[in-house]
Write a protein that binds this ligand. Structure first.
Ligand code: PMT
Length: 222
């Protein structure tokens, strides 16, 4: 019988949003549900991979054979990602990571100010997880996502080059029928000199198609 496509391959996937605390009861986050990343994890398992998911706060479950590391902030996710590199063959960054976090996390709940209608939060840049993974010494095959509302191809190709990725899956998130929190998605996948289109369908099917592209490209360079 034929070997499954990803037999014995170690795949690490980031999924879901991150939460950047403001104080003990408030945070900055985004609408990622984790559905796309978790669909990739379940599909990779069914293709024979050893799968690790580094998950931001999501309300979804995973097959029992998948290793799950739960994190909250981008910095937690960054640390878990770098710690996974010893064994990772393929790294897929599907998480919607907050680009910025609050400079100060208040240790007590912030009070409403009686004397002013405007308050200011200062934000500082978070580490770029996939870029640091892609520039590590024992670099795995690196797949990023690009969530864009406009100029999708140009921005995706910019991220592919700037973050030193092997593949990037571009998501048009201006359309609410796909992308964040939807059950469906459509992707355009770019390598430096290649392009693949995955038409709109449910995220389980998108995951299978994306993993087929990834395994083909991974095998062609390794
Ligand atoms: O979770 P769902 O509701 O199913 O939605 C799926 C999705 C829309 C979140 C997913 O398909 C998607 O597009 N994920 C990437 C979202 C995103 O934050 O894209 P970006 O263009 O801002 O980031 C580019 C790439 O860099 C991504 O691979 C991201 O994981 C990575 N990144 C970004 C910032 C950062 N500090 N570290 C990173 O690793």
């Amino acid at each position: 019988p034929q070997q499954p496509l990803l037999a014995g391959v170690n795949v690490v996937i980031t999924a879901g949003p991150t939460q950047e605390a403001i104080d003990p009861v408030r945070y900055i986050s985004n609408h990622s549900s984790g559905k796309m990343g978790f669909s990739l994890a379940n599909a990779a398992l069914s293709m024979g991979a050893n799968v690790t998911v580094i998950a931001g706060p999501v309300n979804l479950s995973l097959a029992a054979d998948i290793k799950r590391i739960d994190v909250k902030s981008a910095r937690d996710m960054h640390q878990a990602a770098l710690a996974s590199l010893d064994t990772a063959d393929i790294f897929i960054a599907c998480a919607a990571v907050a680009d910025y976090r609050t400079e100060t996390v208040h240790s007590e709940k912030m009070k409403k100010q009686a004397d002013t209608d405007v308050i200011t939060l200062t934000l500082v840049k978070n580490p770029d997880i996939i870029a640091d993974v892609a520039n590590a010494e024992n670099r795995p095959f690196c797949v990023g996502f690009a969530a864009e509302t406009n100029d999708i191809e140009a921005y995706a190709l910019g991220k592919l080059a700037r973050k030193n990725l092997d593949l990037i899956a571009a998501n048009d998130v201006s359309n609410s029928a796909q992308g964040f929190n939807s059950d469906n998605n459509a992707l355009t996948v770019f390598a430096k000199d290649k392009r693949f289109d995955i038409p709109l369908c449910n995220k389980k099917e998108v995951a299978i198609q994306l993993l087929k592209i990834i395994s083909e490209q991974y095998k062609s360079i390794s």
